[in-house]
Design a binder for this molecule. Structure first.
Ligand code: GPU
Length: 802
């Protein structure tokens, strides 16, 4: 099918004809895309089957990565690159008058995630397969992924996302592996041969149907699986009207919750969590038993990882199966469960720590609730033995307290490993947020600094930079990205530096094209592209960026001698639909953009661009075009960040606080290759603990701040003062929870430093090159190797080349 261009051409025509009954000339882009996707899926089917067969034959320990989100993006291009077939397909299609890039463009993003957490899961799948590691994903096949964002008059409007409109060419529905998940009902206890046993009666069943996606490793035969569960009505169930039951069943996998780091207290969300967990764990145990029989050794052959607390019901669900179905004792079941499950924490924001009210939890999942209660009771007893009389401590550590189930506590107690996602984040967990748990079981806690797949985030999205790298240091970096360090030998090579600068220029032109086309605004590619793309959130401080732009505007207006290198400030961000403040910031960015971009004088120096509907596929054109990467969260608040790594890998210089992985970026590149500013995490946390910050002092004593805040209410925008009053109030009446005013002057200085540094383009290019060269540490291959050896104890499969 793919052994020569001619053969490809022939196969493609055949396939198009058999699938759609059309000739190339009459076919639509959709049909062509479907044809190519199908050919690829058939092409890898042997390796897909072969991979799982071999895991079985070699009795490889396997990890299942449970995640409520997988933000995959598009798959055609990466699949072709991984298979080494892209050039061949491109030529073959060209001969048929078809543009491969048009087909790649046509594909919808699989946007089954909100942001960093879901994208991390996708990078991990890529790194598992590419390193021949036995690891699979388990998630939900949401009918609608994260909403599409439209901007209307500067306001965000959400539209339902439709990624399945034309079906999904990569998936294989597996009816034979469908399984039922039970909700509600009552727990009945009975005696069986002197053993107290439990069963549910009157529960409602929802059928979980798996759709499997192949996860194709880079230049290897390994094809792992991402299993996405879809909810359907069960054939035997329910006394409700059939239509109502069907609607309710399907609702479980209808929408992804558009929340990022906020706990969504909706019962449907809890249903989704248990649906994912129960279907996945039941199937994992089934296939284990089929192969090994003896359930007592489950933890020796299987590892189950829970991505944040969303899938943490895996703990009581596994207990339920081991006790109620496999008839093990509590102690045996607990030993196996706590040796099987591991957990990653992704935030310390208290509003993001999941808590479920008992009065919601218990009726929905009565047997699971019983088990959680038992886990809690036994745990509290153990604590009592260790800390007799210390009620206060025990209450703080309990899993159930004050009528809520604390999911993070359940996760810590029921896992063998608890990890944070960057060094500072793990330290904050150990020393502050989870201090008591760390004191009790210090051995469980460890750090796994996040990473990104350098295949998508450099090789694929920046072919110009990749070729230049290949031409200088060779292509060994693709297998071992720390080899990017060899680029440092070219720091003084003028010819190389000029090519390196040309690549950046070229990539800025690509983004310019896109923005020009979509926003109708022309950009100056000689200006500094200063970019902040990430979810809109108060702690990420897009507002600080805007305040600084308003300040620059004032500066330019007031002082005709003030000169600066032209800057293009680019934003991309979705706000959770119910997050009022975040939506206000989107409106503010558009209002500032209107003023700035339409001012003849000002717009020579500054432009402000908001890119609508930021998503993975847009990230792929945005990261390569950046000169400056804005990573300006309030120190201690951003667990890691991963966009920071994508920018760095594409040669942007970070403008960042000492937060999350920024600290590790600083360590890698050295302080001459990064711009840092602002309070440290300790300073921030001490302010929270002991007080001492008064934002109004900064308003009254810093005229720059006073001016922009006053302008927000009146004088700059043709809007009633009420429009941005909530923003003003957050900074003044509510004492600026995220220390924007405290960090403002330090942020201005860092920007001045950027402006100054950029004057020497050669020096800038060298700093940029240092960032690319030191980005190898942030490959998710490294992260995954650490998970594999330090948590999961899984090993590469042996490849038999045929
Ligand atoms: N993160 Br909790 C999300 O994207 N969504 C969430 O619900 C939670 C965390 C992010 C962190 O904010 C970010 O700092 C981190 O890099 C990312 O998870 C992956 O660990």
């Amino acid at each position: 099918m793919f052994s020569s261009v001619e053969e490809f051409e022939w196969s493609f025509k055949e396939k198009l004809e058999s699938m759609h009954g059309k000739s190339t000339a009459d076919s639509t882009t959709q049909e062509q895309f479907q044809t190519l996707g199908t050919m690829i899926r058939e092409y890898i089917s042997g390796n897909w089957l072969g991979t799982s067969e071999q895991y079985r034959l070699e009795r490889k320990k396997q990890v299942y990565y449970l995640s409520i989100e997988f933000l995959l993006g598009k798959l055609l291009k990466s699949n072709l690159i991984h298979l080494g077939l892209r050039e061949l397909c491109e030529s073959g299609l060209k001969r048929l008058g078809i543009s491969l890039s048009a087909l790649e463009e046509f594909e919808s993003d699989a946007g089954l995630g909100n942001g960093g957490l879901g994208r991390l899961a996708s990078c991990f799948l890529d790194s598992l397969a590419s390193q021949d590691l036995p690891g699979h994903g388990c998630g939900i096949r949401y009918k609608h992924g994260l909403f599409d964002q439209k901007i209307v008059d500067g306001y965000q409007v959400e539209l339902p996302e439709q990624w399945l409109k034309y079906g999904n060419v990569w998936e294989v529905r597996r009816d034979d592996e469908a399984i039922e998940v039970l909700f509600g009902g009552e727990v009945e206890s009975f005696n069986n041969k002197n053993r107290l046993e439990f069963r549910l009666h009157g529960a409602e069943a929802i059928t979980a149907v798996p759709y499997d996606l192949p996860i194709i490793g880079y230049h290897t035969n390994t094809v792992n699986t991402l299993r996405l569960w879809s909810a359907e009505a069960s054939t035997h169930s329910s006394n409700k009207s059939l239509m109502k039951y069907k609607r309710e069943a399907e609702a479980v996998s209808e929408f992804l919750y558009p929340d990022d780091t906020h706990d969504e207290g909706k019962i449907l969300r809890l249903k989704q969590q248990y649906f994912l967990v129960s279907a996945s764990i039941q199937r994992i145990v089934d296939s284990y038993k089929e192969q090994y029989g003896n359930i007592r050794k489950l933890h020796e052959e299987i590892a189950i990882h829970v991505n944040d607390t969303h899938p943490v019901l895996a703990i009581p669900e596994l207990m339920r199966i081991l006790i109620d179905v496999e008839k093990l004792s509590w102690d045996e079941a607990w030993e196996i469960t706590t040796q099987t499950i591991s957990y990653t924490n992704h935030t310390t924001l208290s509003e993001a720590l999941e808590k479920w009210r008992v009065d919601l939890f218990k009726p929905l999942l009565p047997r699971i609730y019983m088990i959680v209660e038992e886990i809690n009771e036994r745990y509290c007893k153990q604590l009592w033995n260790k800390y007799p009389g210390d009620w206060d401590r025990i209450e703080q550590m309990a899993i159930i307290a004050h009528g809520v189930v604390k999911m993070a506590h359940l996760a810590i107690v029921g896992s063998k490993s608890v990890n944070g996602v960057a060094e500072i984040h793990t330290e904050i967990l150990k020393q502050r947020e989870m201090k008591l748990f760390y004191e009790y079981e210090p051995f469980k806690f460890n750090n796994k600094t996040n990473g990104i797949t350098h295949r998508r985030w450099l090789l694929q999205c920046n072919p110009e930079l990749s070729s230049l790298i290949n031409d200088s240091i060779g292509d060994g970096w693709i297998h071992e990205p720390t080899q990017l360090e060899n680029l440092l030998e070219y720091q003084n090579d003028e010819a190389f530096l000029s090519q390196f600068m040309n690549v950046k220029k070229k990539r800025k032109e690509v983004l310019e094209n896109y923005v020009h086309y979509t926003n109708g605004i022309a950009l100056d590619t000689d200006s500094i592209f200063d970019i902040q793309v990430k979810r809109m959130h108060a702690y990420k401080r897009q507002l600080l960026n805007v305040l600084h732009i308003m300040y620059l505007y004032n500066r330019l207006k007031e002082d005709s001698h003030f000169k600066m290198h032209p800057r293009t400030f680019i934003f991309g961000a979705k706000a959770s639909p119910g997050y009022y403040f975040a939506k206000k910031i989107i409106k503010l960015i558009h209002s500032v953009a209107d003023i700035v971009n339409n001012d003849r004088y000002i717009s020579q120096f500054i432009k402000v661009i908001f890119i609508e509907n930021y998503r993975v596929s847009l990230g792929e054109i945005i990261f390569p075009a950046a000169d400056v990467s804005e990573q300006i969260s309030t120190a201690s608040k951003e667990a890691s960040g991963t966009g920071n790594m994508k920018f760095m890998m594409n040669g942007a210089l970070t403008l960042g606080t000492l937060d999350g992985a920024n600290i590790e970026i600083l360590r890698e590149v050295g302080e001459e290759n990064i711009f840092t500013f602002g309070l440290t995490a300790d300073e921030v946390l001490n302010y929270y603990q002991y007080g001492g910050y008064k934002s109004s002092d900064y308003y009254h004593h810093d005229l720059r701040i006073k001016k922009v805040l006053d302008q927000m209410l009146h004088g700059l925008f043709p809007l009633p003062r009420e429009e941005f009053e909530p923003i003003f109030d957050s900074l003044m009446s509510y004492n600026d929870e995220y220390f924007l005013l405290r960090d403002f002057s330090s942020y201005v200085k860092a920007h001045e430093c950027i402006n100054h540094t950029y004057q020497n383009k050669r020096d800038w290019a060298i700093k940029s090159l240092n960032n690319v060269a030191k980005s190898g540490f942030f490959t998710s291959d490294r992260t995954i190797r650490q998970y594999a050896s330090e948590i999961w104890n899984i090993h590469q499969r042996t490849l038999h080349h045929s």
